[in-house]
Design a protein around this ligand. Structure first.
Ligand SMILES: O[C@@H]1[C@@H](O)[C@H](O[C@@H]2CO[C@@H](O[C@@H]3CO[C@@H](O)[C@H](O)[C@H]3O)[C@H](O)[C@H]2O)OC[C@H]1O
Length: 444
């Protein structure tokens, strides 16, 4: 679960804790369990398949399988929803790729690793790595004979500041998986948010049946785009260079590339008003141009993402649902404060962070200003991003949870049902393009 996907502020562990304080642990567990159930059901699998798509990447959090206070004790209940969704997809002819999106300690500097901070402690504590290796061995044991799993994606978007610890970790997790499962493909993300393989050298020589994953977000698909996207030769050239740079290491060695995440974000009528349609038409053009580029290379991909509350998903929860009406004002406030920092339009709040950025620029020598994960994160963006997504958002966690005070299980169930496919709208512009592309590719 992530902030802009499900509407909560901060990290998943924070809202789970806050909701438990407000309604009690039993009701909080009930709500999140129902949320996960309704988030992906048979109708979702049917719809996904109807577009001609044949593989879905399933992100999950290590916390489903292991408690930090009881490490290395497998929580069998963790398989409940993963098994359910894998089987549903299989019944509809959809392969799955299992993506460990949040690992103990946090494998990257962003909110989605569910660590609550921007120091990726995973890379500094061997025990976090050992626990992850233990978990992958357990997962591989469980799924070894499942033919509908296309493969394992052991770590989403590592940001290893040394650039070499990630390779040592991949060696270890590869051996652990292969000790119980010699068949499933393994998909390794590049370092620095799946963008950089430049330190991988000859590492691949030890890894068989392995593909390499880039995440190819184009700046033109985001509010931070340097200019309106008009699909000019120059813009398509920039888009292509950025994509080719990410896959360079694989191309030099003839290795298999998979684009595990990509896709623009979209404007919303309730926030962007009359500008919404024009913005989104430009974003759809970005999407089409990316697909055209990928088709030339016969690149396989998994778009980010399937379902959310309206920012990026192929389907999104309707504004009329109990969840969206209950949280309407709160979500508007989150949007105004730009606390879901990734992909946010920061124009309303930039003036608040600019003095701090200027202060650092003035006081810190130029050579010390580019902190890792530079160059993906630059000083101009880092200050506001960290302040909003970690600090400001912390103050909103309780406010989110308070919306649920006094609700009984029937009411909580009704709220969670907002995420059912039948209570969602389809982003037709996006889905039409994906479907037409699937037809084109199938015909080739
Ligand atoms: O969970 C996902 C998460 O995996 C994903 O992570 C972000 C990916 O992109 C990174 O920023 C991009 C870097 O390249 C620029 O060209 C793009 O404009 C940036 O968006 C970012 O730092 C990661 O956190 O994001 C979406 C999450 O839901």
């Amino acid at each position: 679960m992530e902030n802009f996907i499900s509407g909560y502020p901060g990290c998943e562990f924070q809202i789970r804790g806050a909701l438990a304080e407000v309604v009690g642990s039993a009701k909080a567990d009930f709500f999140f369990d129902k949320f996960l159930e309704y988030f992906f059901e048979e109708k979702d699998a049917k719809f996904f398949k109807s577009l001609g798509l044949n593989c879905i990447r399933l992100p999950f959090n290590y916390r489903h399988f292991e408690d930090d206070m009881n490490p290395r004790v497998l929580k069998r209940g963790g398989f409940k929803h993963l098994d359910r969704v894998i089987d549903l997809c299989a019944q509809h002819g959809i392969y799955t790729i299992l993506d460990l999106h949040a690992a103990p300690g946090g494998q990257n500097t962003d909110w989605h690793s569910d660590a609550g901070m921007h120091i990726a402690n995973f890379w500094m504590h061997k025990d976090f790595q050992d626990r992850t290796i233990w978990l992958w061995k357990e997962l591989a044991k469980h799924y070894v004979n499942n033919k509908w799993i296309a493969g394992y994606n052991p770590l989403n978007e590592p940001t290893d500041p040394t650039h070499t610890a990630v390779i040592t970790f991949y060696d270890r997790v590869y051996d652990a998986i292969r000790s119980v499962d010699t068949e499933h493909a393994i998909f390794f993300d590049g370092n620095t948010f799946a963008s950089d393989f430049s330190h991988f050298g000859d590492a691949h020589k030890k890894w068989h049946n392995t593909a390499y994953s880039i995440h190819d977000y184009s700046v033109y698909g985001f509010p931070a785009s340097p200019e309106d996207y008009v699909s000019s030769d120059e813009q398509r050239g920039r888009m292509k260079r950025s994509y080719e740079k990410k896959r360079e290491w694989m191309d030099q060695r003839g290795l298999c590339v998979w684009n595990g995440e990509w896709g623009p974000v979209y404007a919303r009528q309730q926030y962007d008003g009359l500008a919404t349609d024009a913005i989104n038409e430009r974003r759809y053009k970005v999407l089409e141009d990316q697909l055209a580029m990928y088709n030339q290379d016969r690149l396989s991909w998994s778009i980010w993402l399937y379902k959310d509350i309206g920012f990026q998903g192929m389907v999104h929860v309707s504004l009329e649902t109990p969840y969206m009406t209950l949280l309407k004002d709160f979500l508007a406030k989150k949007h105004r404060l730009a606390v879901d920092a990734w992909g946010a339009d920061t124009s309303h709040v930039q003036h608040i962070y600019q003095p701090l950025i200027d202060h650092i620029r003035k006081e810190i020598p130029q050579e010390n200003q580019d902190l890792y994960p530079f160059p993906v994160w630059k000083l101009s963006d880092r200050v506001g991003r960290l302040s909003r997504s970690i600090l400001v958002t912390e103050y909103l966690v309780k406010e989110w949870a308070e919306h649920f005070r006094g609700k009984n299980e029937v009411e909580l169930d009704e709220i969670a049902k907002s995420f059912k496919f039948e209570n969602c709208m389809c982003r037709d512009g996006l889905n039409r393009i994906l479907m037409a592309n699937a037809e084109l590719v199938a015909g080739q």
